[in-house]
Design a protein around this ligand. Structure first.
Ligand code: NAG
Ligand code: NAG
Ligand code: NAG
Ligand code: NAG
Ligand code: NAG
Ligand code: NAG
Ligand code: NAG
Ligand code: NAG
Ligand code: NAG
Ligand code: NAG
Ligand code: NAG
Length: 619
């Protein structure tokens, strides 16, 4: 009933904003996911964007690319030339997600930013994990990215024209899918000391837009889901889908573009019924092989990396409970699919639980459960000749990172200007995937979740193991459909009561609309203030080398961060490094930027082209 009322109100609000619309309140934007799945270590889901722009029959068209969403700072874009090296691979795996042909884009600019990487070979950051380093010929660039028909100019890019990744055994493999950055603590990443070149991010640009295209805050909410188990991906800019957030939410400070959190422990458990093991649960796996980890471990949660990058002793402690064998060539564990324990574990309600410091407090925790069904991932060509099921723990001596394998079961979000990032349990395959859009406000320092039962979102998908006691295991599989159970609370009410509630909610709705209107105007004012703040801070930074202090980051994470920074890595070094002076010939760039400024009006289609024309004149 509450849900119905909410929908009714939402509908009324939408109608009202569309018809009267004196304020043009912004709404979150949904990003579309590709219907293809990607590897070679997934299957993973990715979002689709249009990259670049050209003139074909007066319509701006471009390359359609699938990208793994969730990077920060620069987006990593693979160019068509990545497949030129046939020694590395005779098959062009990058074609599955799509490669960017920069030659056909009239807005592509790979020369204005004169900072490394500048087209020479080097190690390129690929997320925050470095256990599988990427060596590539990379260049700083900017171009347009179009998401759901809305174009963003001057997107901050690192384009890769050739390169590979090296697995722990030393074998090299091609790169297959690029990364879409969803922002940074800055509105724009600015290069140059005298003439500033502003590069932007899809999230910050939509936030700065006026009119119906803008989003309520510089933020996003995401659940990448699972391709093999049919959990669709969810990505909203400026908001999130409430159905993807189950139970408590932990909100903590980010550090530059990374999402650090303190991992207290790892454990194995079973949500219901019997256990595949001779114990019902096992805690202490994080520190089992190394007691100095008993005080916890700072990890970074990163959608740009695939695996769980943990200390060797921790991976081994988990693996010891599973029918897996360590494969030194890959640094990963292969499931022994002929062992009956394999299917017992991966189909049962058993999970690997990650317990974290909640809200960065030492005495509160939040647990994210990742069912082993999600940790039955597949290695494919070119990594292996025949598809192989693997367990995604990879030993690392440097920064521990929880990548996509973990994020299949977790909701992640951030409010870049609000200073916090969010982590919560996400639903399983039987969750409601009807999008329940929630706005993230400018200053929001947390997001509310649902009180839905996590177990209910898995009940139809896992096979409960009979307990040794007398309970009947089949009774657990005949659970109520979660779709219907969400509306059961209204069934008991009589029509009269219902009508009353609906009438009441309409009357209430009108007053809420009025309130909404006031809040809307206020929010816009606050937003303008927030923008001014952002601009101010940018100017303040000037050419200083240290840009952002982490907000309330735990010391250990900050130390780790300094370690990261001290390494000569392009991505992190780039935005912090000294702002380079630009040569006098770069005066032309000013013209280009003025061109793009034109399209800040309310009408979008026309100025877009005008700006392309003006920028092409410059090129
Ligand atoms: C092609 O890839 C191989 C294998 O990684 C590498 O040794 C070689 O240098 C590459 N060739 C070029 C021209 O990049
Ligand atoms: C523009 O892009 C489309 C789609 O990528 C392509 O088919 C067309 O050939 C391009 N036009 C030009 C002039 O490059
Ligand atoms: C810049 O892009 C052009 C056209 O795509 C290409 O020919 C050139 O090699 C690129 N330069 C660098 C430094 O990557
Ligand atoms: C960010 O960059 C975009 C595109 O260059 C520009 O339109 C916008 O004004 C910039 N915003 C700030 C706060 O610098
Ligand atoms: C880039 O951003 C800075 C700071 O927001 C602003 O002062 C400057 O005018 C912008 N430059 C261009 C070319 O848009
Ligand atoms: C773990 O197992 C013990 C019995 O060994 C039980 O008392 C405890 O409640 C279990 N904890 C959880 C979270 O299931
Ligand atoms: C145990 O963990 C600590 C802290 O992470 C680390 O410095 C040390 O090298 C580890 N010891 C072993 C034997 O792995
Ligand atoms: C896989 O499991 C089967 C059945 O338990 C066993 O016979 C075999 O030795 C195992 N293989 C490996 C590599 O452990
Ligand atoms: C493991 O994953 C593969 C690929 O998605 C799937 O075909 C297989 O059924 C899964 N195994 C189990 C036991 O669930
Ligand atoms: C795949 O098969 C080829 C040819 O048999 C072999 O050279 C190569 O080493 C194999 N690759 C892997 C990863 O097993
Ligand atoms: C948001 O933050 C700004 C600056 O700290 C403050 O002026 C404003 O009142 C805040 N808005 C809300 C709704 O708290």
């Amino acid at each position: 009933m509450i849900r119905e009322m909410k929908r009714l109100l939402q509908g009324a609000l939408l109608l009202w904003t569309l018809s009267l619309n004196p304020v043009r309140c912004s709404v979150p934007r949904q990003v579309t996911w590709s219907d293809k799945h990607f590897g070679p270590d997934g299957p993973w889901q990715a979002v689709t964007v249009s990259m670049g722009s050209n003139y074909s029959e007066l319509v701006v068209s471009s390359s359609i690319l699938a990208l793994y969403p969730g990077g920060s700072w620069e987006s990593k874009i693979l160019l068509s030339s990545i497949c030129d090296n046939k020694t590395l691979s005779s098959v062009c795996y990058g074609n599955i997600a799509g490669l960017f042909d920069s030659d056909i884009s009239v807005t592509f600019d790979n020369h204005s930013i004169e900072m490394p990487p500048d087209g020479t070979w080097g190690d390129v950051d690929w997320g925050f994990a470095d256990a599988v380093p990427v060596h590539a010929k990379a260049t700083r660039a900017t171009d347009w990215i179009t998401i759901e028909g809305a174009s963003v100019p001057d997107v901050d890019l690192i384009t890769i024209s050739a390169g590979w990744q090296t697995y722990p055994g030393g074998q090299v493999y091609p790169l297959e899918v690029g990364i879409l950055s969803l922002g940074s603590p800055d509105i724009n990443q600015t290069f140059g000391a005298v003439i500033k070149i502003n590069t932007t991010f899809v999230t910050s640009y939509f936030y700065e837009q006026e009119g119906s295209l803008n989003i309520p805050s510089y933020s996003y909410g995401m659940h990448i889901g699972s391709a093999s188990l049919g959990i669709p991906g969810s990505l909203l800019l400026g908001g999130y889908d409430e159905n993807r957030v189950i139970g408590d939410v932990s909100a903590q400070a980010f550090s530059s573009g990374s999402f650090p959190i303190e991992l207290f422990d790892l454990s194995i458990g079973v949500a219901e019924g019997g256990s595949p093991w001779n114990f019902p649960n096992k805690t202490g796996l994080l520190a089992q092989g190394n007691s100095s980890l008993a005080s916890g471990l700072s990890v970074i949660v990163d959608p740009a990396n695939p695996y769980l990058y943990l200390p060797q002793s921790t991976c081994d402690a988990i693996a010891a409970e599973l029918p897996v064998t360590y494969q030194p060539d890959y640094g990963l564990y292969f499931w022994n699919t002929s062992d009956s324990q394999y299917s017992t574990i991966t189909t049962s309600p058993s999970y690997l639980a990650f317990s974290f410091s909640k809200n960065n407090l030492n005495n509160e925790d939040i647990t994210i459960k990742v069912p082993f069904a999600l940790l039955n991932l597949t290695l494919e060509a070119p990594l292996v000749n025949t598809s192989t099921q693997y367990f995604p723990c990879m030993a690392t001596n440097s920064t521990p990172v929880l990548g996509r394998a973990f994020l299949q079961a977790a909701f992640i979000g951030v409010n870049w200007l609000g200073g916090k990032w969010f982590l919560a349990q996400a639903p399983g395959p039987d969750g409601s995937f009807i999008v329940d859009t929630m706005t993230i406000g400018d200053n929001d320092s947390t997001v509310p979740g649902t009180s839905n039962s996590w177990e209910d979102t898995w009940k139809n998908s896992w096979k409960v193991i009979a307990t040794k006691s007398t309970t009947n295991p089949t009774s657990t599989s005949t659970t109520t459909d979660p779709q219907t159970s969400s509306s059961t609370d209204s069934k008991g009410l009589s029509t009269g009561v219902r009508t009353g509630i609906i009438v009441g909610s309409i009357v209430g709705g009108v007053s809420i609309i009025a309130l909404f209107c006031v809040l809307c105007i206020r929010r816009r004012r606050q937003k303008i203030r927030a923008q001014d703040r952002a601009k101010q801070s940018h100017i303040d930074q000037g050419s200083s080398t240290q840009q952002l202090e982490p907000v309330e980051a735990p010391n250990s994470v900050w130390d780790q961060y300094n370690e990261l920074q001290s390494e000569p890595r392009y991505e992190i070094g780039g935005e912090r490094g000294p702002f380079y002076e630009l040569g006098p010939e770069k005066g032309a760039i000013r013209g280009l930027d003025q061109g793009t400024e034109v399209q800040h009006g309310d009408v979008f289609e026309l100025p877009e082209r005008t700006s392309i024309l003006s920028s092409s004149n410059v090129i």
